[in-house]
Write a protein that binds this ligand. Structure first.
Ligand code: 1GP
Length: 249
């Protein structure tokens, strides 16, 4: 449980982490190379790799490339059980606790359990909460489940608490990739105050200042994908903003 230990240690120390999301469908070798170089320079803590749809089958090669070119841990963020790669370091084992689609709560886990176990990956049980991002995102459409309304802070709080009490080791609040509106700091704060496990926040974060404010509100890991795809130079600013926050618990 090396990586999970790192998550909890950092949380105890009040240190914030920056994860860059790489969608293997949206990068080629050259782009990945660039992400590795800039990511290493900027002090990126993790690469999350995955997407709601995997169209091209280049997950393994993408991850192998990252592993060859850097020491930054690669954590799978799978949109479906087929997105497994033994080359990654760990797997966010997601259960969509914000939805009421039994398949994404437990059904697909049952089907893929032997393969997941066999992968040898570090498994991180994650309560995955999709929050309404102002317009349907790929994840909200594909999941066939309603996201939590953006202003229902209590629902988010109770969902996260339930996830933690069910034994989930991480809570991931996601407005969905490319969300029009990122999750509010009020909601992040409400959730963070009521759980002890590390809190991952992503979806629609485009400004370093928003990443900073999310950390102040209690997020432990900030995930950015889209904004960096559009402007790769944002990596450094995002990283600096996130790492400038230090909170003693
Ligand atoms: C999506 O949380 C991630 O699942 C990141 O979202 O691509 O909008 O940064 P963005």
């Amino acid at each position: 449980h090396q990586l999970y230990q790192q998550f909890t240690d950092r949380k105890k120390q009040g240190r914030k982490s920056f994860a860059v999301l790489i969608d293997p469908d949206k990068v080629d070798t050259a782009k990945t190379e660039q992400l590795i170089a800039l990511g290493t320079d900027a002090g990126v803590d993790y690469f999350f790799v995955g997407g709601s749809l995997v169209i091209a089958n280049n997950l393994d090669t993408c991850i192998q490339q990252i592993k060859t070119g850097s020491d930054i841990p690669v954590i799978l963020f799978p949109g479906s059980p087929s997105q497994l790669s033994k080359y990654a370091d760990a797997l966010l084992y997601l259960s969509l606790i914000s939805g009421r689609n039994a398949e994404l709560l437990i059904g697909q886990h049952v089907i893929s359990a032997p393969v997941v176990r066999q992968s040898g990956l570090e498994i991180m049980p994650t309560g995955y909460m999709v929050i309404d991002g102002g317009a349907p995102t790929t994840v909200s459409y594909i999941s066939n489940a309603s996201p939590i309304p953006a202003d229902k802070n209590e629902i988010a709080m109770c969902t996260a608490m339930a996830g933690e009490m069910l034994g989930m080791k991480l809570i991931y609040m996601d407005a969905g990739s490319g969300a029009r509106r990122a999750i509010t700091e009020t909601m992040i704060e409400k959730v963070a105050q009521h759980i002890e496990v590390p809190l991952i926040v992503g979806g629609g974060i485009v400004a370093p200042e928003k990443a900073y404010n999310n950390c102040k509100a209690g997020a432990d890991v900030i995930v950015v994908g889209n904004a960096i795809e559009k402007d790769i130079s944002l990596i450094k600013e995002m990283s600096d903003a996130i790492h400038s926050v230090s909170m003693v618990m």
